[in-house]
Design a protein around this ligand. Structure first.
Ligand code: SF4
Ligand code: SF4
Length: 203
């Protein structure tokens, strides 16, 4: 469901950029350009997206990147840059939320301290509603909304109210979960090594 949501969102961004190009707008976003991940203060994340981020960090981020991520998550505070920003790159790029995917700016790259959403809204891409609707609909079963009756405005409103702000969320808890998993894995390896000392064939 989450991958389906992101697939539709990404197609929607492509369509919106194509439409804007035809109107003479030039996308300013580039790889390595990351002021928005430091300055944009309101980034809604829905429960299904949150679940995806937590799973990805807990299960897929490894090695030095994992240690650095745990440190950033532990020390994150609301006015700090996004904890997933590693240098100038997003460490959860594959599972970054729809809000990040849709935040695109035209013509002039954001200045270091600029939040273009507030300084020049006219240069921020407006997502195409049809794609946003389809992406949202793809996630409804996650919330137990299966039939047409459930897909009412009220039900959607309830989901919207469950969104958290990525920049203000209590990410320390995720760092603790990752640390606990790492400890359990290390203990498991130690136990296995104890049961089968080096050089002894366990088979
Ligand atoms: S939104 Fe602004 S800071 Fe972010 S990639 Fe685009 S131009 Fe760069
Ligand atoms: S999740 Fe990734 S793309 Fe979104 S603000 Fe954080 S670093 Fe930037």
């Amino acid at each position: 469901m989450l991958l389906e949501e992101y697939f539709i969102v990404d197609r929607g961004v492509e369509a919106a950029l194509k439409r804007a190009r035809k109107q003479g707008r030039r996308p300013a976003c580039r790889r390595g350009c990351s002021s928005c991940c430091r300055t944009h203060r309101d980034i809604p994340v829905y429960p299904i997206e949150l679940a995806g981020i937590i799973w990805y960090c807990a299960e897929k981020v490894e090695g030095g990147e994992r240690e650095a991520l745990k440190a950033r998550l532990s020390s994150h505070a609301p006015q700090r840059p996004c904890p997933f920003l590693a240098g100038h790159a997003c460490s959860i790029h594959r599972l970054r939320p729809a809000s990040c995917r849709q935040f695109n700016v035209f013509d002039t790259p954001c200045a270091p301290e600029e939040d273009a959403f507030h300084t020049r809204r006219q240069d921020v891409m407006t997502p195409i509603g049809e794609y946003t609707e389809r992406a949202f609909a793809a996630t409804l079963p996650f919330y137990g909304l299966q039939d047409a009756q459930d897909k009412t405005k009220a039900a959607r409103h309830i989901i919207h109210t469950q969104a958290v702000n990525l920049m203000e969320y209590g990410w320390k808890k995720l760092a603790e979960i990752m640390e606990r998993l790492d400890t359990e894995k290390a203990q498991g390896r130690q136990k296995e090594a104890g049961e089968h000392p080096a050089g002894e064939n366990p088979s």
